[in-house]
Design a protein around this ligand. Structure first.
Ligand SMILES: Nc1ncnc2c1ncn2[C@@H]1O[C@H](COP(=O)(O)OP(=O)(O)OP(=O)(O)O)[C@@H](O)[C@H]1O
Ligand SMILES: [Mg+2]
Length: 306
């Protein structure tokens, strides 16, 4: 069993390349310690090269440690379906829908989950003036790690976002939800725990996500038992509604600034980070699932979907 050959796909060409290399290296080290025969593949946007590398390794399973465009959106999953190599995480359809913040929230809304009020506009429209009353959020529809996400509280934020925008024609605008930040891990259709994130300054941006000491992680999230249970159920619903498989992480804002506290789903991640500061491993550890156990679960669930 343990001599199983696993190829770990990492890197990729998305804006989350560095994050993926970090996730991938953690995975490779732990799988090697577990006794698997592991080979890492740095994925480029070069299909013949990838096919050749997979042909050389002949993996029984692919561990997909890619994040973002190309690796988390159904593209690489499609290649693995063609090759019929079982792979970790979600299949083509769930990956593609989850990575698209417009399509996924339409499904979330359809099943009754609250999302921040939102609209889809073009970059040209964004340049014409504020698309919504402040405070609001500008974000790409298909990125991760907070790449391109700007919280607009004033004119400077707005101008800055326009200046730095590098994410195509479509722009997602949503109302800023005050309150707290709660993330939930789901494994094999079951929510295992919720964590609260408190960035020391600003919001949970790229720096707060990947620099030690920039955000406080509180596990378990200090919610009332009812609210804790509620957010677990919401994450399970989101996971099932998108047809997800294996391990996912859903991100929520919890507006407890009113008399009727409410959870808003921001998104669901089908390839949650496995870096040293990532949240799913931390949530899992709290409920007694070690990093290695988590990997074993992912490997056990690896499959083709079509
Ligand atoms: N509507 C909102 N109201 C308040 N804060 C928000 C809102 N949307 C996003 N944020 C902040 O920005 C962060 C990143 O947003 P989001 O999860 O949508 O982006 P992402 O790039 O897909 O992130 P991930 O790394 O989880 O893939 C959130 O965790 C939150 O801190
Ligand atoms: Mg997020």
């Amino acid at each position: 069993m343990k001599s199983k050959k696993i190829a770990v796909l990492m890197g990729g060409w998305s804006s989350e390349r560095e994050v993926s290399l970090s996730s991938g290296n953690e995975v490779v080290a732990a799988l090697s310690e577990l006794g698997y025969s592991v080979k890492s593949i740095d994925v480029q946007r070069n299909l013949p090269k990838l096919l050749q590398e997979l042909e050389e390794v002949k993996p029984e399973i692919v561990f997909n440690a890619l994040h973002g465009v190309g690796g988390e959106d159904g593209v690489i999953q499609g290649v693995l379906e063609m090759l019929q190599i079982p792979y970790t995480h979600c299949g083509v359809t769930a990956s593609a829908i989850a990575m698209n913040k417009i399509l996924s929230r339409k499904i979330f809304q359809y099943i009754g989950l609250a999302t921040p009020p939102w609209k889809l506009i073009s970059f040209d429209q964004l340049q014409e003036g504020h698309p919504m009353e402040m405070p609001y959020v500008i974000k790409p529809i298909g990125e991760g790690s907070s790449r391109g996400v700007t919280l607009v509280f004033n004119e400077t934020d707005y101008q800055q976002s326009i200046k730095e925008w590098n994410f195509g024609e479509d722009v997602l605008i949503e109302k800023f939800i005050p309150g707290r930040e709660i993330h939930v891990a789901v494994i094999d259709d079951k929510a295992i725990g919720a964590i609260e994130i408190k960035p020391l300054q600003g919001f949970y941006d790229y720096t707060a996500k990947y620099t030690p000491g920039k955000a406080e992680h509180i596990m378990p999230a200090p919610l009332t038992p009812d609210a804790y249970q509620e957010v677990l159920e919401l994450a399970e619903k989101a996971h099932k509604a998108l047809g997800c498989h294996g391990v996912t992480r859903s991100d929520f804002r919890y507006d407890d600034t009113t008399d009727n506290p409410k959870f808003y789903i921001l998104e669901l991640n089908t390839q949650p980070g496995m870096t040293p500061l990532s949240l799913v491993p931390e949530i899992a550890a709290y409920v007694g699932i070690s990093f290695k156990d988590l990997l074993e679960k992912k490997i056990k669930a690896a499959r083709c979907h079509q």
